[in-house]
Write a protein that binds this ligand. Sequence first.
Ligand SMILES: NC(=O)c1ccc[n+]([C@@H]2O[C@H](COP(=O)([O-])OP(=O)(O)OC[C@H]3O[C@@H](n4cnc5c(N)ncnc54)[C@H](OP(=O)(O)O)[C@@H]3O)[C@@H](O)[C@H]2O)c1
Length: 353
Amino acid sequence: MKQKSSFRRKPLSASGGGIQSLRQTLDPGFRRGDGDFMHSHIMRHALSLATRAYGQTSPNPLVGAVVVKGGRVISEGWHKKAGTAHAEVIALRRAGKKAKGADLYVTLEPCCHFGKTPPCTDLIIRSGIRRVYFGMRDQNPAVNGRGLKQLKKAGIKVYGPVLESECMAINRPFIKWITTGLPFVTAKVAVTLDGRIADFSGDSKWISCEKSRLYTHALRSGSDAVMVGANTYRKDRPRLNVRLPGYKGKQPLPIVVGSKGGKKANLKKLLRELGGAGFQSILVEGGGALHTEMLKLGLVDYLVVFIAPKMLGNKGLTWLGDMGNVKMSAPLKMNVVRRLILDNDVVIEGTPC
Ligand SMILES: NC(=O)c1ccc[n+]([C@@H]2O[C@H](COP(=O)([O-])OP(=O)(O)OC[C@H]3O[C@@H](n4cnc5c(N)ncnc54)[C@H](OP(=O)(O)O)[C@@H]3O)[C@@H](O)[C@H]2O)c1
């Protein structure tokens, strides 16, 4: 499929001053003033390209690349799927001979090893790229700085990291998996104002609004697997798939956690096995017993809580069970990363701590 962009071939716009001053801003020393803005601007575009493949690249990371020459974007690319061309390769192929003397912006350090595809560093060197601006180092132990070293050795000027925290944020699952072998776990729950996930009879359809449920489908589309406890499966028969309008991407693996011979599942072992099988991201959708156990064991990396303006009283099911004697002076907390308003629901997301 041809990769489209609204950005391509447009002159870069910075703080005014025409192409000549734009060229100057692209020169090294980019950590200062306009240059800093310019490089972030292009890297932000590379990031937006990378996220077009959200949920589709596992076990590979999301990567975007932009080739810039004479103050113009001449080509771009993003990694679409494991086993297919890397972002830099797509961008450089599209740039062709024009890549000679150009600058390459890439959200992740280029690879220098043979995986399913040959090393990107070789192609960058052969293409005659003059400078490489990278977003973050590749934390894959097989790369981790070696790609940058190879480029420098070949005489290419290497600058970065540019927008490192943003580049890391889009690849949280990849970073966790490549450094620990474990999948990145997101727990998602929809609660009433009084913290209930179902009514006295176990009915939970629906706590959150339609927009919130669409957002849940977007979360599913970014996950390799979606997991629920056996009670949720028995009660709700959730399909655990992505049903976004027009969605044709990968479907997550549905997982129902049950007991065997009266023994509860070993959740740590299960995650280790999933990580070993290449699962990078797991979305846990409840219910209460599974969420409680996952949080107690410290297995949740990211929490997404939908709060709906409804109340069910104390006969409703709470989403957190026995967490021990938690003191007000030392509560379980969340480092808030994002807050959203979806119609009348409030969504609060972050890392439990
Ligand atoms: N509002 C929401 O966001 C939301 C989301 C999901 C569910 N819900 C509601 O929540 C209710 C179900 O929640 P629930 O708390 O009763 O059950 P649950 O968390 O869905 O499932 C718990 C069951 O999972 C199995 N399990 C196996 N190993 C486990 C382990 N290590 N830790 C925890 N569970 C393990 C056990 O089933 P067995 O022993 O039977 O095999 C256990 O009884 C339903 O009413 C559903 O509608 C609401």
